[in-house]
Design a binder for this molecule. Structure first.
Ligand code: PEP
Ligand code: MN
Length: 356
């Protein structure tokens, strides 16, 4: 149920709604809009009469939410959520490009590619330090060392970092380094992990499971939101179908479907969506045209030698060409490709000069 407060409702009236909900066993999630405050009540509200809240001072009306994803859905939160990652806004008019290698392989590798993707116009650096590999004998990532290298790359370039967290035990540690926590496709329904990232105040990018339905993705986001972390973005990264021509089937439909159902920002990952670097420019452009708020792309200075996902990694020069095309597609849909805040870019350049 959502309780819509009157525009002139006082903070005490909103607090009274929250405490009544608590007495009834529901948890409250207030959303402070420009006109109204809305309180989303979550829990078993089936036995609760709406009139109990309708009669309270400061309440304009109550609405029952039909969809099971009460906090992720648009009914409780009609306006798009915009997530601020160190001054870079995800979910607004500017489309954010996150780029970098599948895995952090060494200090030199991540520092070099970080500068290359920054040069081409990326505003967030990706790189996995904990890798969910199909085989236990494949490269598993550098662990905390990899996180330290990522932090050094952020220091040098000013690019915030996104990296995957795979276990509940490492949530705290990864949060100390990362600007965005990535939940991988294989962990979409790892509810313990979702609850754990719901309890830290770091933005989370939740990837759609390999066989995950869109409504399951939204229910998984609900786990994070209902634990108190409202900075969640949803990522379409391709799903498993009968088609074998590509690694996964990149579900473009998911982008407008998610936007219709939810206020959360939508990120597209054409690298894992296709598994094939040659297809990535076409699907990246399509994702921008379809309304994606951000792209996450794998870029490696030497894809043939990459320790993971080389087949789907763009070389930096191809990535730079793609960025130029993306700017034109973004303009055609009245959007821009996000840039690093100028003051920070300059400050960081200064810092780089000092340390070189
Ligand atoms: C990745 O981003 O490198 C990754 C492992 O992605 P996914 O979880 O979508 O397979
Ligand atoms: Mn990868």
């Amino acid at each position: 149920m959502i309780v819509v407060m009157k525009p002139d409702a006082t903070a005490a009236e909103t607090a009274a709604v929250i405490s009544k909900a608590k007495r009834m066993g529901a948890s409250s999630h207030p959303i402070y809009g420009s006109d109204h405050t809305v309180v989303a009540l979550v829990g078993d509200m089936t036995q609760v009469e709406r009139s109990v809240f309708d009669a309270m001072a400061g309440v304009l009306k109550t609405v029952r939410i039909q969809e099971p994803y009460k906090l992720a859905g648009r009914t409780s939160h009609p306006h798009n959520t915009v997530i601020d990652v160190n001054g870079i806004k995800i979910g607004g008019n500017d489309i954010v490009v996150m780029a970098g290698p599948c895995s952090v392989e060494s200090r030199d590798q991540i520092l070099e590619v970080a500068h290359m993707v920054k040069e081409a116009g990326a505003t967030i650096l990706r790189g996995g330090a904990f890798k969910p590999r199909t085989s236990p004998y494949s490269f598993q990532g550098l662990g905390e060392k990899g996180l330290q290298y990522l932090a050094e790359a952020r220091e040098q370039t000013g690019l915030p970092i996104i990296t995957e967290v795979m276990t509940v035990e490492t949530v705290q540690m990864v949060s100390e380094y990362a600007d965005i926590l990535q939940i991988g496709a294989r962990n979409m329904q790892n509810y313990g992990l979702l609850q754990a990232v719901g309890k830290v105040q770091r933005p989370v990018m939740l990837k759609r499971g390999i066989s995950g339905e869109i409504k399951e993705l939204l229910m998984c986001a609900e786990y994070i939101l209902s634990n108190g972390n409202y900075n969640v973005m949803l990522c379409e990264r391709g799903i498993r179908t009968y088609e074998t021509a590509t690694r996964n089937t990149f579900d473009l439909n998911a982008i407008p479907v998610l936007h219709r159902a939810s206020h959360l920002p939508v990120v597209a990952d054409p690298s894992h969506g296709t598994g094939d670097w040659e297809l990535i420019p076409a699907m990246s452009k399509a994702a921008v045209a379809a309304g994606a708020d951000a792209l996450i792309l794998e870029v490696h200075q030497s894809p043939d030698n990459a320790l993971s996902d080389g087949d789907q990694s763009l070389k930096p020069e191809r990535f730079a060409e793609l960025m130029a095309d993306l700017r034109r597609i973004a303009a055609a849909v009245d959007r821009n490709i996000a840039t690093l805040p100028t003051d920070r870019a300059e400050a960081v350049n200064g810092l780089m000069k000092e340390t070189v």
